[in-house]
Design a protein around this ligand. Structure first.
Ligand SMILES: [Zn+2]
Length: 778
């Protein structure tokens, strides 16, 4: 081989080597750069900020807060009121970073200081506010080091009370003991309003301990999540330098909270009074309300104490906070807010008056108390990682609020009340109309998107889906899964997958071959719900599922759900517990399911106790046979079953899927013998779907007469649902001017004229409800 060749070859080789090396370096640099970009926190200064990202970086996590809030509410002029405060946040750096980012909205923040663990200052280069994303970004002169702890000090920040505001720390007015009007402050921080009160890491997974102090006038009471540890008198100008009054104020320091999310903090400064009770475990429960209302709140105070005990038993997890306060304020965005240790309600919810409160209000208020109490486990002790899974708080609290209420002694069938009040009234009607529909679990980022999740889908459809799962796998298996889920994630955060994993563990132990995630995802990640159509074919029962929402809008749909099918027939309706239907479940995973059916079967019923979140249609023969059975003996079916037969037949007829003669046969055949609330509630609310030519008014009058006589002679408030039935029947029959209702109202009126006392003493059949005015006549 020639040398030249060799020489030339060497040269080419060197060139190629250099080129390859250059390419390799370039590729390596590109990879390195892309890795750096991916792992680098979004520091907001790079000029390529992700506009859709509203989350805080996770380079720094809060450990504890020392927070003092001083509301100035001592002027008669609303606009002169404000609040000021100081916060010191102990944080831990998870990664090296030269940037700190917190949430802050509409707060004046004069200074931010950062100190290292030895007390040395970390220099602050600049502070930037991002109004859109509600961020306060602190650019540091030197980086924080991973693993080190630091303190962020923000002294004398200041906030204004927003006019008509009901979020963050907000102003309202009430009356003191001597009936003078004054300003009070209360708080509502869920979901993203803690940032309106003090600069903080306002995300549910950024849990920390809080040492709260509240500054108040001497005649005021300050309340927060924890009990007061100590109080001290300080000059008023320490906190309110520009005001001559008050000359001195009291600073209440509260005990340290458990590790918790910012959104369950609570602050209240008002001239309230309290009543207390101590339970058998020595735990103190207190209600705080305006003076004229507090003595009327014994019912809801004892209810809270009972509910805590009931849920401890039901969830098998002890309630850790030994002091629970409930406060009633004049102004609140929601019915109530479950703040840990200080639940705040609209004040009327805590008040009960035997002579004027209707059973309907009493039950609805009791369910609200029960809901807020069970949040102390679902939400406060275990919190969702991010708001997209708020159903882990709300759907569970809705379902358990009914279950817990049953446990403390009511003999009523509250489960059937759930079916009509939540599932039918609030969910299915609205979902079929596609009213603001979305999946139960959906991605959210901005505060507006997060707010949008607090709706009927997450609460009521979520509650109905949780109930379906509970009923389908059985109370024992479901209860064990929930208990283990709460124990595993106490003082921490969880996601849906954590709940599914606890559920799967118990399903395996109890030898049920089911994958929780597959089943639940079809309900929480899809919109709508199915219609199951049944028919007898070749000696077996053929079931087919369709998307009823698309069907209602005459559209095609490929959606299918994992559906728990339960069935009973005229041959097997006795000999098993109606409250436990889990052992009867067949899971329908595809479009159809075939079930064996005895050839001598007369009628069959699907979806027992309306446990599944779906509707059912039968062939005409079976509808007729079910109607005949209802007329012969309706007690073969539970009140929830009877309600669902009325609901399904009415709504399917209104959609043109079946003929109106089906619901007509059901209600004219048996309803006059019905004395339960659920079937009647469904009947009255669906009556407008049927024209008077199909169901004449005189027939309705005849059907309702017996139940009217029943509710006006039975012991008032025999049970919550009898009271509810009384109110419903009086309202619907008097609204339609049925003579028996009008005559009853007149008679009652005449009786009270003789007795010279208040008319219509039963609040469930009062003047307001019958519309009959005793003094002036109708
Ligand atoms: Zn709630």
């Amino acid at each position: 081989m020639p040398a030249k060749g060799i020489g030339a070859h060497r040269k080419t080789l060197l060139l190629v080597t250099a080129l390859v090396a250059a390419v390799l370096i370039a590729v390596s640099l590109a990879i390195l750069l892309s890795l750096l970009l991916r792992s680098a926190p979004d520091n907001g200064n790079a000029g390529v900020e992700d506009k859709s990202n509203y989350r805080l970086p996770t380079d720094v996590k809060p450990v504890s807060y020392a927070l003092t809030l001083a509301p100035f509410i001592y002027s008669n002029i609303r606009d002169d009121c404000y609040f000021t405060g100081s916060v010191s946040i102990a944080v831990e750096a998870v990664n090296d970073t030269d940037m700190l980012r917190l949430h802050s909205v509409r707060l004046e923040v004069p200074t931010v200081r950062v100190r290292n663990s030895t007390g040395g200052d970390v220099s602050v280069e600049k502070i930037e506010e991002n109004v859109e994303k509600q961020w306060l970004t602190i650019k540091l002169g030197e980086p924080l080091r991973a693993g080190e702890t630091y303190t962020v000090l923000i002294d004398r920040f200041k906030g204004k009370f927003v006019k008509n505001g009901k979020t963050g720390l907000y102003l309202s007015s009430s009356y003191s003991e001597n009936s003078t009007e004054y300003y009070l402050v209360s708080s509502q921080l869920e979901p993203t309003h803690a940032r309106e009160v003090f600069p903080c890491f306002d995300e549910p997974a950024m849990k920390a301990e809080f040492n709260v102090s509240l500054v108040r006038g001497r005649e005021f009471t300050a309340l927060s999540n924890m009990p007061i540890k100590s109080s001290s008198l300080v000059p008023g100008n320490t906190w309110f330098p520009n005001s001559a009054e008050p000359k001195s104020v009291i600073k209440d320091d509260f005990e340290t909270t458990p590790t918790m999310s910012t959104y369950t903090l609570a602050f209240l400064v008002a001239k309230f009074q309290s009543i207390s009770l101590t339970d058998s475990n020595g735990r103190v429960f207190t209600n705080w309300l305006p003076p004229e209302l507090v003595q009327k709140s014994n019912f809801t105070l004892s209810l809270a104490a009972k509910a805590i005990g009931a849920f401890e038993k039901l969830l098998n997890v002890t309630y850790k906070t030994n002091i629970t306060k409930q406060a009633g304020v004049p102004l609140l965005n929601f019915a109530a807010m479950e703040n840990w240790g200080l639940i705040i309600y609209q004040q009327n919810i805590l008040v009960y008056d035997e002579n004027t409160t209707t059973t309907k209000s009493k039950l609805s208020n009791a369910l609200t108390v029960s809901h807020e109490i069970v949040h102390q486990w679902f939400g406060n002790l275990v919190t969702m990682k991010w708001w997209n899974e708020i159903w882990l708080n709300e759907a569970f609290s809705i379902f358990y609020s009914y279950l817990g209420l049953d446990l403390w002694g009511s003999e009523s069938d509250l489960d059937s009340h759930f079916v009509v009040d939540q599932k039918y009234k609030h969910v299915m009607n609205l979902e079929r109309k596609r009213y603001k529909v979305h999946p139960i679990q959906m991605n959210v980022s901005t505060p507006t998107e997060i707010d949008g999740l607090f709706d009927y889908i997450v609460y009521y459809k979520g509650g109905s889906v949780v109930r379906m799962m509970h009923n389908s796998i059985g109370a024992r298996v479901f209860g064990a899964a929930v208990s283990s889920y709460i124990r595993k994630h106490s003082y921490s955060n969880s996601g849906s997958e954590d709940f599914y994993s606890s559920l799967n563990e118990q399903l395996r132990i109890h030898k049920q071959s089911l994958d929780a995630e597959t089943v639940m995802s079809s309900w929480v990640k899809q919109v709508g719900y199915p219609l199951v159509t049944c028919s007898m074919e070749n000696g077996s029962l053929l079931l087919r599922q369709q998307d009823i929402v698309s069907l209602s809008h005459k559209e095609k749909s490929n959606l299918t759900w994992s559906i728990p099918i339960t069935a009973m027939t005229n041959l097997n309706h006795t000999g098993w517990s109606r409250s436990e239907v889990a052992h009867l479940v067949h899971w329908m995973r595809g479009e159809t399911l075939r079930l064996p059916l005895d050839s001598s079967t007369d009628w069959y019923l699907i979806n027992l106790r309306s446990s599944g979140h779906y509707q059912v249609n039968y062939d005409r023969q079976n509808w007729d046979r079910l109607a005949t059975q209802l007329t012969t003996d309706h007690t073969v079916f539970t009140p929830a079953d009877r309600a669902s037969l009325i609901y399904d037949s009415f709504t399917l007829a209104s959609l043109g899927i079946i003929d109106y003669s089906v619901p007509l046969k059901i209600v004219t055949g048996y309803l006059e013998n019905e004395t339960e609330f659920a079937p009647w509630a469904v009947f009255w609310s669906n009556l407008k779907k049927m024209t008077s030519s199909v169901l004449p008014v005189k027939t309705v009058k005849r059907i309702a007469k017996k139940v009217f006589n029943y509710v006006t002679t039975v012991t008032p408030k025999a049970s919550p649902l009898v009271g509810m039935l009384a109110e419903l029947t009086a309202r619907e029959t008097c609204d339609r001017d049925f003579t028996y209702c009008i005559n009853f109202a007149k008679d009652e009126c005449n009786k009270c004229k003789v007795e010279n006392s208040t008319c219509l003493k039963n609040p469930d059949i009062s003047e307001d409800i019958t519309g009959y005015k005793c003094k002036t006549g109708k």
